[in-house]
Design a protein around this ligand. Structure first.
Ligand code: KMH
Ligand code: ZN
Length: 274
């Protein structure tokens, strides 16, 4: 079985220090959290950035400062900026970090309710626009799918040339508005992607570790981190993203699955050398 790629989604756009005081906002806090995750075994950092007061931003300049600072401490790690940003941002605002030519970036494959009155909008034309920019810039998209219909969308746009093979999916499961996080939901998504595709699973809240276990067994890959879940176990806040990654590493070890280095992750994902 392929080695396990662990992605750490260290920050997100919605989770706050009120949920867990270790959620990073400042440059120094982002470096601390990325470093803890990489030292524990993460090979990819899925990155959102904030202003120092916690306000989400897609500013290219802010991304550059934080990416450069993370790179100083973790020179090999794959940094995957978000193009989802936060609900309500414009397409061009969201695309700014792709101008920095990262190896990967997320590409959200559909619109969904995002709790309360929030709608995370990704129309077909938005997805095409983002897909084109990523092809132009040589960026491998992580196809974020929050429901089965979003896999259909990705496959359709792949046929039309907006997304290239081999595709790499991220099943984001358990969002209020998307697919649930039960094993049958996972099996449904997992069985719906092409044979040459890879996937990672990001379980939200209490789904994080059960779905990680399923992906480890199945040969898929795993995303954990404060963006998705702030608890190490029921009622126990994680002290760092590294603690969440370390738990996945322990699970993988118990199940006999080796963990990929960033170089091995690049090979598995077919990332272009920079
Ligand atoms: N913050 C969400 C609205 C992504 O990173 O591409 C979108 C999100 C997805 O987190
Ligand atoms: Zn994200």
């Amino acid at each position: 079985m392929e080695k396990l790629i662990i992605t750490a989604a260290i920050c997100g756009a919605e989770v706050l220090k009120e949920h867990n005081p270790a959620v990073p906002y400042t440059v120094e806090e982002c470096v601390r959290e990325a470093k803890s995750a990489v030292e524990a075994g993460a090979s990819i950092i899925h990155l959102h950035v904030r202003e120092d007061d916690g306000t989400p931003t897609q500013s290219k300049e802010r991304f550059k400062v934080i990416i450069d600072a993370i790179r100083k401490e973790c020179p090999d790690v794959i940094i995957q900026p978000s193009t989802g940003g936060a609900v309500g941002m414009t397409n061009d605002e969201r695309l700014q970090p792709t101008e920095l030519m990262p190896e990967m970036a997320t590409l959200d494959c559909g619109t969904l309710n995002f709790g309360g009155d929030e709608i995370f909008e990704n129309t077909e034309n938005t997805i095409k626009y983002f897909g084109e920019r990523m092809i132009e810039r040589g960026i491998k998209p992580e196809l974020e799918v929050f429901d089965k219909s979003m896999i259909e969308m990705a496959l359709r746009l792949h046929k039309k040339g907006y997304i290239q093979s081999p595709m790499h999916f991220d099943f984001v499961m358990g969002v209020n508005g998307g697919i649930g996080g039960d094993l049958r939901d996972f099996v449904f998504l997992r069985g719906s992607i092409p044979a040459d595709a890879t996937y990672t699973v990001a379980g939200i809240g209490r789904y994080e570790f059960p779905l990680a276990m399923a992906a480890i067994i199945d040969g898929g890959h795993v995303r954990v981190g404060f963006e998705d879940n702030v608890y190490l176990s029921k009622g126990v806040l994680a002290k760092s993203n590294g603690e969440l990654v370390a738990k996945v590493v322990r699970m993988a070890k118990e199940l006999g699955r080796e963990v990929a280095t960033p170089a091995e992750a690049r090979q598995i994902l077919g990332l272009k050398a920079r």
